[in-house]
Every structure is written in structure tokens, then in C-alpha cells.
Write a protein that binds this ligand. Structure first.
Ligand SMILES: *[C@@H]1O[C@H](CO)[C@@H](O)[C@H](O)[C@H]1NC(C)=O
Ligand SMILES: *[C@@H]1O[C@H](CO)[C@@H](O)[C@H](O)[C@H]1NC(C)=O
Ligand SMILES: *[C@@H]1O[C@H](CO)[C@@H](O)[C@H](O)[C@H]1NC(C)=O
Length: 356
């Protein structure tokens, strides 16, 4: 009793006087200023991130903008994605498991960059799965980080570094677990009217540029290419022909992420080739990114001509192109991604207008 009475007496004494009430009001105002005054909040967040970067040397809070393929059920025969200006269609073809992966991030918050990636696995799904997830994450983090601290990124260098880092991580997992799978990687990064395309392996990108010209976005890493053949020979390896040319009689692509056993002997490397395109100059109407399952049955020109007539279809023609490759007898898993850029400038103007 005496305790309660004591508490209530001191409450009255210390809380219900003018000074305390004013202090409480002040705190409430500051609270609302911080949490509802955007400018102040942004400033504070930037400060916090800078601090976090300084202290820990990294920043890895991931925005939830990545769009996963619809499902990863093994029993499924096809996968599709339609989002903004991107259409993807993938089929398992005549193989027992689907080992292709893809991912798309459009207009990443704060950066307005878009990332498109296709990963063609072999020897199991693990490498393609790991690379798709990890690489998209780390590239998003690098883009966000540079936007937040207002640092200018060299996109080619950034993609190259991240691909090699993911390969290192993948290899150390493979070393520890005896996993042997590998994957190609084809990643296109759209940023400030520039397109940066990194390629490891034999997936391929093309674009339909101004006046309908076909422009390759990447060049396949095949064992029989003279540059690759020389490199493999120099590393003490060989290539041989069984159906297609193969590294050490095993692998039909000369570069890949993972592939622990071949990489140990340096026969396969993950070094990406990177090309950069000025979109103001090229003014493309669309891009096609696809796994080798498509390119076994379509030339670059044929694929571009095919999509040009079908850009008004729901998947911007990606589905028709996959099915056509299948009918032509492609035995592989086939993934085709079409990025429709016909309204690129119109979309930009609209966005500016809606902001104002
Ligand atoms: C398709 O899947 C099969 C079986 O899992 C695999 O051996 C093959 O390498 C895959 N093809 C591609 C291009 O990923
Ligand atoms: C970006 O880095 C690459 C090396 O990775 C270099 O060749 C290129 O000149 C750099 N570009 C710019 C604009 O600094
Ligand atoms: C893109 O532009 C064309 C012609 O300029 C127009 O007919 C079409 O509706 C536009 N599509 C979208 C998705 O805005």
C-alpha cells in the first residue's frame, strides 16, 4: 500500500508538471519527424548505411524485387514469366531434369537498373541454382550500394568481379561436398542507356538494333574456338569430338562456373567476356537471351526475324520461339528470354511525367 502510494506520489511530482509534459510533447514531435519526414529519414538511412559499410565493410540487405521462376517443381515441363517488358519461356525438352535457370529484376529500387540472367546447368541442378541466386543477390547489392553512397560503378568490372567471386564460392562448396555440377552464365545489365553483357559459356544474346540489324551481344565459348583450344592445350588438356567438341571429352562448353574437377586442372575457366553497348546509338527494339538449346536450331538472324514478327504476342514471342526450336528437333532444355525495348523511351517519359 505504502509502495503504491509512494509511486503515485512521485509520478504526480515528476511527470505531471509542465516541464515533463513539454518534454514528452517534444519527443513525440521528434519521433514523427524521424519516421514520417522522408528527407530526414533518407539522410539518416544513408548515414547508417555509410556507417555500416565503414564498420563491417559490407552491406547486404536485399530488397524483395527478384522475380523467381513460377515454380521449381521437377515434374513441370515448362516454366514461364511475364513481367513488365520481359517474357520468358523454358521447356525441359527431351531430358530428364530441368537444369536451366533464369531470373529478372526490372527497375531495381533507387538505381533503375534492370538485370536479366540465364544459367544453363550441366551435371546436376546445383550450380545453376546457386549461381542464379547468389549472383543476382550480389549484383543487386553492388548496384544499391553504389547508388546509396553515390559512387560511380564500372559495370563491366563489377560483373566480372562478382562472377568470379560466385565461382570461388561455388568451387569451395563443391570441394567440400564432392558436387561436380557446373553452369554457364549470361547476364545483361541495363543501366543509364548502357547495356553491359557478361558471358561465361555457350548461352547467347542477340539484339535487334536500329533498322532491324542483328547484333550479337555475346560470343559462345566452345572448345573448338581457336582461342579456347589454345588455352586448353596450354593447360595440358585436350578436346575431342563426340557429337560435339568437348573439353577433355566431357564438357561441350569451354567456360563455366563450377565444374570442380575440370577447373582444378584449369581446363575450364569462369573468366567472363564482357561487351558494352550504347542503347542511344543502337536503339534496339528487343533483346533475346537464350540457352544453346535454341542456338542449335536457330541462327542469330533467324531468331531475330522470328521474334520481330511476334513481339505482340503475350510472351513477346519467347514461347513461340521455344516451341519452334523444339519442333525443329532440339534435344536440349531450352530457355528463351525476350526483353521488349520498343517502348523504352516512351516508358521513361511516362515515368518522369508521373513523378512530376
Ligand atoms: C538439360 O538437362 C539434362 C539432364 O539433366 C542435362 O544433362 C543437360 O546438360 C541439360 N542441358 C542444358 C543445356 O542445360
Ligand atoms: C572498366 O573496367 C575495365 C576493366 O575491367 C576497363 O577495361 C574499362 O576501361 C573500365 N571502364 C571505365 C569507363 O573506366
Ligand atoms: C508500345 O508502343 C506501341 C506503338 O508506339 C503501342 O502501340 C503499344 O501499345 C505500346 N505498348 C505498351 C506496352 O505501352
Amino acid at each position: 500500500m505504502t509502495l503504491l502510494a509512494g509511486i503515485s506520489r512521485s509520478l504526480r511530482k515528476y511527470l505531471l508538471n509542465t516541464e515533463s509534459i513539454m518534454l514528452i510533447c517534444f519527443c513525440v514531435v521528434v519521433y514523427y519527424y524521424i519516421f514520417h519526414g522522408t528527407a530526414f529519414w533518407t539522410f539518416l538511412e544513408r548515414l547508417r548505411i555509410k556507417l555500416e559499410l565503414k564498420v563491417t565493410g559490407r552491406y547486404d540487405r536485399i530488397p524483395v524485387t527478384g522475380d523467381k521462376e513460377i515454380t521449381s517443381e521437377r515434374s513441370k515441363a515448362s516454366w514461364e514469366l511475364r513481367k513488365d517488358n520481359v517474357g520468358v519461356y523454358a521447356i525441359q525438352g527431351r531430358r530428364p531434369y530441368m537444369e536451366d535457370r533464369f531470373n529478372v529484376v526490372t527497375d531495381l529500387e533507387r538505381t533503375k537498373a534492370s538485370i536479366y540472367g540465364i544459367f544453363d546447368g550441366h551435371g546436376g541442378e546445383f550450380a545453376a541454382d546457386f549461381t542464379e541466386k547468389t549472383l543476382f543477390k550480389t549484383v543487386m547489392v553492388r548496384l544499391l550500394k553504389s547508388a546509396l553512397v553515390e559512387e560511380k560503378l564500372n559495370m563491366s568490372q563489377m560483373l566480372s568481379e562478382e562472377i568470379l567471386t560466385v565461382d570461388d564460392q561455388l568451387l569451395s562448396i563443391e570441394r567440400a561436398t564432392g558436387e561436380l555440377s557446373g553452369t554457364t552464365a549470361l547476364v545483361a545489365l541495363l543501366h543509364d542507356d548502357m547495356l553491359t553483357v557478361a558471358n561465361v559459356g555457350d548461352s547467347r544474346g542477340v539484339m535487334c538494333a536500329k533498322d532491324g540489324n542483328t547484333v550479337p551481344l555475346s560470343f559462345d565459348h566452345k572448345p573448338q574456338n581457336s582461342k579456347e583450344r589454345k588455352r586448353i592445350k596450354k593447360a595440358g588438356g585436350f578436346i575431342s569430338f563426340s557429337g560435339v567438341w568437348r573439353v577433355a571429352g566431357i564438357l561441350a562448353t569451354s567456360r563455366a562456373l563450377g565444374d570442380f574437377s575440370l577447373k582444378e586442372r584449369n581446363l575450364v575457366i569462369a573468366e567472363p567476356d564482357i561487351l558494352t553497348f550504347d542503347l542511344k546509338e543502337a536503339d534496339p527494339s528487343f533483346l533475346i537471351l537464350a540457352t544453346d538449346g535454341l542456338w542449335d536450331t536457330f541462327s542469330n538472324d533467324e531468331a531475330v526475324a522470328f521474334i520481330k514478327d511476334r513481339l505482340d504476342e503475350p510472351h513477346y514471342g519467347a514461347k513461340s520461339l521455344v516451341l519452334q526450336a523444339y519442333y525443329r528437333g532440339s534435344l536440349d532444355n531450352i530457355t528463351v528470354m525476350v526483353v521488349n525495348l520498343r517502348n523504352r523511351t516512351a516508358v521513361k517519359v511516362q515515368r518522369k511525367g508521373s513523378l512530376a
